[in-house]
Write a protein that binds this ligand. Structure first.
Ligand code: ATP
Ligand code: MG
Length: 333
């Protein structure tokens, strides 16, 4: 029996952070045995809003791949590849653009938020506005049925499902309708208290941060702004320090105890933050080690990418042949 497929990926706009870990990476590590998994470094998508800084995208491709290997994505089980090396994805995007309206694309709430965050105003680059369509091509080029992502990506999966249904209705049953799989923590807030930890905002704890960097970032974290003294009653609800404890501290009794003492003004922020920094450093330590091992073997990393790209190209050719046939553009000239 052939395994079902997973497709997911990340934009090489920076190193990966704790948000990626809980949103998607943990699920990838867990599911790589049961699914045939494809993990894509989305350089084409990163260029949609970084076209004026290609060096940044180029440099971060390597960083993202090292992060994958560091968290335990196993290249023997998972196909790691680079988006731009699969031209079929670009080709599919062109065909899918016929199946969506401008109005529909601009209604996407995540795209709307990002347009606001990037301050595009009325000058939205067309490529950026269309990236959800390109993402539909990413997911479907290998007929993936499952997509492990953070909550901000749910509108993209919905859009993909619509495109798949429209394609299959018009041209015949070729594509697979994917489902999203959101991680335990749907959207990890930033260290600054903003709703989402994000590379583009810079409110991140990176998986590759050193012990000192983690300590510094955690000690500077946003907490309950209404609490001035350790004896003031504080609110753990929606407080990023507690959200991180819930996400990463395996000692649930300790976390509950912190919450009770915080609410009643019997513990200082410093004690809670110190413990959080410890917990995060314990979590990251094995990743730092594994990252270093691969950093020291650049040839091995190149080989992993070479064979990953090769495998993705094989699959892309197979699926593209079916798509071309269904769309009556399968010329044998
Ligand atoms: P950028 O700011 O360049 O968009 P990003 O930090 O949002 O970067 P992406 O590469 O866009 O990262 O996201 C990759 C994956 O990680 C997506 O599935 C996304 O939903 C998930 N993800 C990113 N940030 C978080 C977060 N804070 N919490 C949960 N999941 C997240
Ligand atoms: Mg993003």
């Amino acid at each position: 029996m052939t395994k079902k497929r997973i497709l997911t990926g990340d934009r090489p706009t920076g190193k990966l952070h704790l948000g990626h870990l809980v949103g998607s990476l943990q699920n990838r590590v867990k599911l790589q045995d049961t699914y045939e998994q494809f993990v894509m470094v989305a350089d084409v998508q990163a260029l949609t809003d970084n076209f004026d800084n290609p060096q940044k995208v180029r440099d971060n491709v390597k960083e993202v791949v090292l992060d994958y290997l560091a968290v335990g994505i196993d290249p023997q089980k998972t196909t790691i590849f680079i988006q731009s090396l699969i031209p079929e994805i670009a080709e599919l995007t062109i065909y899918y653009l016929n199946l969506v309206t401008l109005e529909r694309v601009l209604r996407n709430p995540t795209v709307k938020d990002e347009i606001k965050q990037k301050g595009y105003g009325k000058n939205i680059p067309a490529g950026f506005a269309m990236y959800p369509v390109s993402q539909a091509a990413d997911i479907t080029f290998c007929k993936a049925s499952l997509v492990p992502v953070g909550e901000d990506q749910l509108p993209m999966i919905e859009q993909t499902r619509e495109i798949v249904r429209r394609f299959n209705t018009l041209y015949g049953d070729v594509l697979v309708e994917p489902e999203a799989l959101v991680g335990n923590i749907k959207r990890l807030p930033g260290t600054d208290g903003q709703a989402k930890m994000s590379k583009s905002i810079g409110n991140c704890i990176y998986l590759s941060d050193s012990v000192d960097e983690v300590n510094k970032k955690v000690m500077g974290m946003y907490t309950d702004p209404a609490r001035v003294h350790p004896t003031d009653p504080g609110n753990p609800e929606g407080n990023p320090v507690f959200i991180y404890h819930d996400a990463f501290n395996l000692n649930k009794k300790e976390v509950e105890d912190f919450k009770v003492r915080y609410r009643t003004g019997k513990i200082g922020d410093i004690e809670i933050k110190k413990r959080l920094a410890e917990v995060i450093n314990e979590l990251l330590e094995p990743m730092r080690k594994r990252r270093k091992e691969y950093e020291d073997q650049p040839d091995k990393v190149d080989e992993i990418l070479r064979s990953g790209n090769h495998r993705a190209q094989e699959v892309a050719k197979e699926v593209m042949a079916e798509v071309r046939k269904a769309m009556k553009i399968d010329y044998s000239l």
